[in-house]
Ligand binder design. Structure first.
Ligand code: SF4
Ligand code: SF4
Length: 70
């Protein structure tokens, strides 16, 4: 499971670009700072590689495998 703290997102789109499964897309809703934040298109395809979390410069993404953070 991927948790996104949408208020921290600054719409850099690194997570969208580097997800190997291409399942993160820039959404159409802005956060309170005016930035579009990503949305997951197909959670079943997530391999919990945590590349999205590693690439996010804002620390806005947390990847969980069961109850544990990856
Ligand atoms: S954990 Fe990996 S597969 Fe899942 S959304 Fe992030 S980058 Fe994509
Ligand atoms: S990498 Fe982080 S800041 Fe950049 S678009 Fe994704 S969630 Fe937002």
């Amino acid at each position: 499971m991927v948790k996104i703290n949408i208020e921290l997102c600054k719409d850099c789109r690194y997570c969208v670009k580097f997800c190997p499964k291409q399942i993160l897309k820039t959404g159409t809703v802005r956060n309170s700072r005016g930035h579009f934040y990503p949305a997951m298109t197909d959670a079943d395809k997530c391999i919990t590689c945590a590349i999205c979390a590693t690439m996010c410069p804002e620390g806005a993404i947390e990847v969980m495998k069961g109850d544990e953070a990856v």
